[in-house]
Design a binder for this molecule. Structure first.
Ligand code: PLP
Length: 399
C-alpha cells in the first residue's frame, strides 16, 4: 500500500531563507548579511519603535479582553490605513467608494485580493515587473492565474526601461491585472518618476487594465505623504483598483502581520456587494484577523502624539538608509573602485540592485562572509557604521 505523502516532492528552498541559514552557520565574526529584507538600526538590531512600545504599554495596562475582531478587522485601523494611502479628505471615501480590510501583512492583503480577483475575473492574466518581489508570481499562480512579466529594469543603465514598460502595457489584453510597486521597488530600488507614472496611469486606463498597487515601503522613499502620490494619481482617475499595503517595515512589526487591502469601487452600491464578497474570502481563509498588531498600529495612527513620534522615527530610518547609500558610494571610491556606483544614490527604499554578478556575489560570500542575493540585490538597511567599510572593501576586491 502506498502512503498518503509518498509522491510528495521536495519543494525548492526559499532562496532568501536558504541564504539566512548559510549565514547563521558561518562562524566568521566579520560576516555581514545583506540578503535580508528587514531594516536594522546602526547597532544591527531590528528596532522596537518608541511609538509602538508606548502603544503596547497602554494596551497591557488597559488589560483588554481578546474577543474576535470583525471579519474586516479593526474599524479605526482600516480608517487609518486608508487615510495614509488616499489622504484624510478623499472624495472617493466620502462617496462610499473605498473599502479597507485589515490583512495579515502585505502578503495577506495580496492573497485576499488575488482570491477575490479570481472570483470576479477568472480569465485574466497577471503581469508583474521584471524583476519583482519573488512572492508575487508564486502568490498569483497559487490563486490560479497565469503570471507573465512586463519590462521594468534596464541592467545597462541601472535604471528603468520606461519605453519597454510602456510597450509591454500596450500589448496586454484588456482586463489584465497589473501588479505595480507604488514606491521603493523591491528588488531594484528603481522607481518611475512622477511624470512617467502619469503616462503609465493613462495607459492603464486606456487599455482597460486592472491596477493592483503594492505598497510595502510607504515612508521609506521621501515620506509618508510623498510616497502615497502614485496611489493618489490612480485614485484621482476613480478607476476600480486594488491596493495592498504593509506596516511590517514602517512600524518594524514584521511578526505581527499588519497590512491592509484597500479597494476602490465605482459606487457605494458596488461597495456594499464587494464588501460582502471579500468578507467571504476572508471568512473561508482565516475567519478574522488577530488583535495585537492591529490594535498597536491603530493606536499610533489615531493618536496625534504617537503619530508624530512614529513619523519622526520613520524619518530616522529613511535618513539612515540614505546615509548608508552615500557612505557606500564614497567608500567604494576610497577603496579604489573606478566603476561608477552613483546609481545607488538615486535608488529608493531598503534595497539596491548593486549590479554585482552572481559570481561576484558568490565570492563576496565565500571569501569575505558578505551575504547578498544572487541577483545582486543588497539590503542597504543592513549596512551600519561598523560594517560599511568592511563591505565596501570586500566589494572592491571582487569587482
Ligand atoms: N510586497 C513587497 C514588494 C514586499 O517587498 C513585501 C515584503 O518584503 C511584501 C509585499 C510583504 O510584506 P509583509 O511582510 O507585510 O507580508
Amino acid at each position: 500500500m502506498t502512503t498518503l505523502f509518498e509522491s510528495v516532492e521536495l519543494a525548492p528552498r526559499d532562496p532568501i531563507l536558504g541564504l539566512n541559514e548559510q549565514y547563521n552557520a558561518d562562524t566568521r565574526s566579520s560576516k555581514v548579511n545583506l540578503g535580508v529584507g528587514v531594516y536594522y538600526d546602526d547597532e544591527g538590531r531590528i528596532p522596537l519603535l518608541k511609538a509602538v512600545h508606548k502603544a503596547e504599554v497602554a494596551r497591557i495596562e488597559a488589560a483588554a479582553a481578546r474577543g474576535y475582531l470583525p471579519i474586516e478587522g479593526i474599524k479605526n485601523y482600516n480608517k487609518g490605513a486608508q487615510e495614509l494611502l488616499l489622504g484624510k479628505d478623499s472624495p472617493l471615501a466620502k462617496e462610499g467608494r473605498t473599502l479597507t480590510f485589515q490583512a495579515l501583512g502585505g502578503t495577506g492583503a495580496l492573497k485576499i485580493g488575488a482570491d477575490f480577483l479570481k472570483q470576479i475575473t477568472p480569465d485574466s492574466k497577471v503581469f508583474i515587473s521584471n524583476p519583482s518581489w519573488e512572492n508575487h508570481r508564486a502568490l498569483f499562480e497559487r490563486a490560479g492565474f497565469p503570471v507573465e512579466t512586463y519590462a521594468y529594469y534596464d541592467a545597462a543603465t541601472h535604471g528603468l526601461d520606461f519605453e519597454g514598460m510602456l510597450a509591454s502595457f500596450k500589448n496586454m489584453p484588456a482586463k489584465s491585472i497589473v501588479v505595480l510597486h507604488a514606491c521603493c521597488h523591491n528588488p531594484t530600488g528603481v522607481d518611475p518618476t512622477l511624470e512617467q507614472w502619469k503616462q503609465i496611469v493613462q495607459l492603464i486606463q486606456e487599455k482597460d487594465l486592472i491596477p493592483f498597487l503594492d505598497i510595502a515601503y510607504q515612508g521609506f522613499g521621501d515620506g509618508l505623504e510623498e510616497d502615497a502620490k502614485v496611489v493618489r494619481l490612480f485614485a484621482d482617475l476613480g478607476i476600480s483598483m486594488f491596493i495592498s499595503s504593509s506596516f511590517s517595515k514602517s512600524f518594524s512589526l514584521y511578526g505581527e502581520r499588519v497590512g491592509a487591502l484597500t479597494l476602490i469601487t465605482s459606487s457605494a452600491d458596488e461597495s456594499t456587494r464587494v464588501l460582502s464578497q471579500v468578507k467571504r474570502v476572508i471568512r473561508t481563509n482565516y475567519s478574522n484577523p488577530p488583535t495585537h498588531g492591529g490594535t498597536i498600529v491603530s493606536s499610533v495612527l489615531n493618536s496625534p502624539e504617537l503619530f508624530a513620534l512614529w513619523e519622526e522615527e520613520l524619518s530616522g530610518m529613511r535618513n539612515r538608509i540614505r546615509d548608508m547609500r552615500q557612505q557606500l558610494v564614497a567608500k567604494l571610491k576610497e577603496h579604489g573602485v573606478t566603476q561608477n556606483f552613483d546609481f545607488v544614490l538615486s535608488q529608493r527604499g531598503m534595497f539596491s540592485y548593486s549590479g554585482l554578478t552572481s559570481d561576484q556575489v558568490d565570492r563576496l560570500r565565500t571569501e569575505h562572509g558578505v551575504y547578498a542575493v544572487s541577483s545582486g540585490r543588497i539590503c542597504v538597511a543592513a549596512l551600519n557604521s561598523r560594517n560599511i567599510d568592511y563591505v565596501a572593501k570586500a566589494i572592491a576586491q571582487v569587482l
